[in-house]
Ligand binder design. Structure first.
Ligand code: 8YV
Length: 305
């Protein structure tokens, strides 16, 4: 799609460029399709011809949107196409940590399974438990829907309360933060990362959760104070966590990999063949629309118009 419409420079390796390398690569470009790279002031100040940054992802905390807006650069993202795929992964983590799937797999592979035992590897039930969803946008709602499938009692908290019709359809009950923390058996995070959500979950919040509760994070690592989480997991303040994202990814807190009560994934929430193709296509459509002077379908900073 892109090659048919423009001269395309593709970064050859599937590794994220550092801002100075990206800045160098952006000097002459008019459009940037960003896949997992940080687009900050350093990059933008050197990209004098840039008109659009099309992010291949729904979250755009990797892009300094304000700096783009000041330069009248359009920023787009890829909402919608990855909703169910990411919700599936949140549920995969939820089930895996509750039923000790990763731990059991490791146990069998390592040849440590010698006999069937009644008391072996007990986990926690998922069905009929209370699922807390923090952030009730597309992905949060899709997780709530999956919770209903497992006959869970679904609570949610979000900045704005959903319409009665939406709440009714998902049988989800709006509660305040404290109630969500106190009552959830599984708490799944689905808020965007921004100044207001930095360390939304810290020692205090973890302390309010049940000692039998699990935290699931497929949103952004910096929403959780990882140091506090490690302490809570070690002291069994909470029972476990399923994490796809980390505060300083790809670097993990050194204690995390030593813990049995966590399931760790390398930020693969949207990583299925079907969804990655849809994300790439949508990002390309957004990019081309902007370059052709049309308004792209998924503009993040409409103030530029
Ligand atoms: C992306 C994501 O793969 O969409 C998001 O917000 O976290 C992932 O789907 C990631 O942002 C890299 O572009």
């Amino acid at each position: 799609m892109l090659a048919a419409a423009c001269a395309v420079h593709v970064h050859p390796a599937d590794i994220a460029l550092k801002p100075d390398q990206l800045a160098e690569a952006c000097r002459e470009v008019e459009g940037l399709l960003a896949v997992g790279v940080r687009v900050n002031e350093e990059v933008l100040s050197q990209a004098g011809k840039l008109r659009v940054v099309a992010n291949c992802g729904v979250g755009y905390d990797n892009i300094d949107v304000e700096a783009c807006t000041r330069r009248k650069i359009v920023v787009t993202n890829t909402p919608g196409v990855l909703t169910d795929t990411t919700a599936d992964l949140a549920f995969a983590l939820l089930l895996a940590v509750a039923r000790r799937v990763a731990e059991g797999d490791k146990f069998v592979r390592e040849g440590r399974w010698e006999r069937w035992e009644f008391g072996m590897m007990w986990g926690a039930d998922v069905h009929h438990k209370t699922l807390g969803v923090w952030g009730f946008g597309r992905i949060g709602q899709a997780v709530a829907r999956r919770g209903r499938g497992f006959e869970m009692n679904v609570l949610y908290h979000s900045r704005r309360r959903a319409s009665p019709a939406l709440e009714g359809g998902l049988a989800a009950r709006f509660v305040d933060r404290e109630t969500l923390l106190r009552e959830s058996d599984f708490l799944s995070l689905h808020v965007p990362y921004e100044t207001g959500t930095h360390h939304l979950i810290g020692a205090r919040e973890l302390g309010l959760m049940k000692p039998s509760a699990f935290l699931i994070n497929t949103a952004r690592g910096k929403i959780v104070d990882e140091e506090a989480l490690v302490a809570a997991l070690k002291s069994r303040t909470i029972a476990g966590a399923g994490l796809d994202v980390f505060e300083h990814e790809p670097h993990l807190h050194p204690e995390l990999t030593k813990l049995n009560n966590v399931v760790l994934l390398p930020h693969v929430g949207s990583a299925t063949g079907e969804t990655r193709l849809k994300m790439a296509t949508l990002a390309a459509e957004n990019l081309l629309a902007a370059l052709h002077g049309r308004r792209p379908p998924n503009v993040v900073n409409p103030e530029v118009y």
